[in-house]
Design a protein around this ligand. Sequence first.
Ligand SMILES: C[S@@+](CC[C@H](N)C(=O)[O-])C[C@H]1O[C@@H](n2cnc3c(N)ncnc32)[C@H](O)[C@@H]1O
Length: 247
Amino acid sequence: MEFKFERVKKDYSDFSSDKVLVNAPQTPAFPVRIASEIMSRCLSYLKSKNNISIYDPCCGAAHLLTVLGFLYSTNLNKVYGTDIDDKAIQYAHQNLNFLTSDGLMQKTRELKTRYNNLSNTFNEKSIQSSERLAAMIRGSEKTQNNICCKRWDITSSTPPSFQRVNVVITDLPYGNMTCWEGNKSGNPINKMLSNIYEILDLENSIIAIISDKQQKIKHEKFFQIKRLKHGKRQFTFLKPMNDEVES
Ligand SMILES: C[S@@+](CC[C@H](N)C(=O)[O-])C[C@H]1O[C@@H](n2cnc3c(N)ncnc32)[C@H](O)[C@@H]1O
């Protein structure tokens, strides 16, 4: 994949797990530069890029969603995440809460208390990261009303109750770390896409699915507008059938 938007490598270490953001055990964080490139490409396919909602149906600890919430805070109005795993959703709540000013202020206070008890370079750097993240979203912080994160099996027969979703970005279960759980009958990607279709803003939406190269991403209600490969991953961009392509 050519980096069309994230041309220059930036220092994204403020998003490293366990500085401010948390990661579920044994789930490596998704590379921030790639996440940002995918999001910029998604925005380039939308008619309107402001006041938009984003949804990750397999959000895990919501590291990816939270990073995008910071980097694209001025574009985003609503941030939604679901995952089938209760433990992952607990981490997701913690991470997404950092998109609110109260959540980040509380984290900074905790880090400062920890630093007062045990002053070491790691704690000091975490405080600095927290302060930089706060500066990044100043003026476009979210409230609890803008964020919703809950346990949901996206392969079940009903979609979650979100409405008019503009961007769906998801890193599917694959590899050794995670696998599809839940409703085991039929193709999980197909069932996920059927549910996603129900909650989209059909006039202004785009789906980006991150998977391994073996997974076939196809559905009768979507058409593919781009497929890119990068290392072991593939990124498939889809639009719902009754939306016109704008690029
Ligand atoms: C690759 S991980 C996602 C990591 C995430 N992007 C992050 O930043 O932490 C895939 C996730 O899919 C979830 N998953 C598996 N089956 C699911 C299902 N039927 N519905 C919703 N989530 C599911 C797993 O629990 C796992 O958290």
